[in-house]
Design a protein. Sequence first.
Length: 505
Amino acid sequence: MGRTAMGSRARAFSFGAAVVAVVLLAVACEPVKLGGPGAAVGNTVDPAACPQHQPVPTSPCGPQPLVWAAMNGPYALYDDGDPYSTKCQQGGGSGTSCTIGNPLYRTSGYTYAIDVTAADVGRTLTLDAYDIGSYPRLVSTSTSSSTAINYDLDDVVTTAGSIQISSAAGLFTSASVGLPVFGAFCNVSCTISTVTSPTTATLKAAATQSGTFHATIGYDCYSNKAPFTSLPSYSLYAGNCQTGDSGSPGQNIELEVFDHGSGREPAFDSPLAGCRFSKTAAQLALEISTHKNQWAAVCSFTPAAAGIYAVRIRNSGIPGMADLNSGYNAYALRVRDATTTSLYPLDDHSVYVNAVGTRSLIYVADVPAENAGKRFVVDIYDAGDGTGSGNGVLQLKAPPGGTTTTPTNTGIRVPAPGIATSCRYNATPSPTPEPDTPNDLASCAVTTHAAGSNTGLYNGKWLRFEVTLDPAYTCSSDCRWTMLYDWGSSGIPTDRMVFSAKVLG
């Protein structure tokens, strides 16, 4: 009963190198709504309020869910948390030489609902994307770094054999001196030596290529600067820095919004005029200062009626673009200028959890009171990837889950009288989706990562929660179930997962 741009399918979420798939279906073909009540999916980072563009749970940057939306490349390793985006079959490696034949691969990507309410009909709404390109991060763990500035340029002009570089952006300052420069024209020792004007600088070593390039000046994340100063230096690396994108030369992206369907069903047959964002990896690389660590408008539209305006994002099967790359792309979406309109995943949710030394909160699904006495199941692929000296524990919790974009840790542990009579799971990781759940689970909390390990306990496998709702189960305005992901203060998550959910009779 799941819905997608290509028809019925399961929903998936990705965290780090793990994918969690949660399929939400209801009896009598009444879908259970995934996600939460807000108008955003993923962290809503404000570059001005969040040091080093890093989401943190505290004000003024937070609260944040500490979860990104994410999507793997079409040649990613199957075990890296996204069973739907890669062409590579399990055990077949990664890259363009991998063994093609993943039966779960789809070109429809991931889908979301802009659920427009009557209050927003006739109001101009804007869909924004944060860090929509795939931009690998650079980390400095040096304790002697004198500055924590960094910036990106997409118009650096160089001549092979010359130490002079120029950029019309005019962002070179005296603070740039001594910073490393990362770009295709640089070698390992490429560092700014002098700044002669805001548009011109010299390097300590000559450029190796001529042309116009994109470049990062300085490191994306400095481990000895806020908000990383309270963490052990070993705990910060590229996967934990900002969105933690990986892979080069990036990914193609197509993001498209469709007109509302009939009733409450999303439709994918009528694209909204002007609402198709389609860029190759090369184009996104040349627009690095527009998209990396930035919110950028995808499109604006004025809804003529209330209903679900479907959103599809994909990096494979895009007409006119050759598929490329492995790795993963983490991002966030939001609907701006709405009043009561919400944004949430359709069918499955692909996520990335990479916040060190804190807990992530994830909206799972809205399970209304009419489902009392039924079974609520959540399917998750590839949970538990990361490192560090702490365990990773994933806990499913009953309402209340929250009323804003970021869930609150107010959910009730189950089993609990009047809510759920049991919680069960599969202690043995399953190679196939929707496994049996023979094992009772105290507090509905599963250890998905063991301290000291480099892979998750469900690496490349499926985990299922199965909760039997009490016949007296009830909820009012907040029927949202959540997952609390606790890696402890010394855990280092890089967890790419996909999850889905449903209600069974």
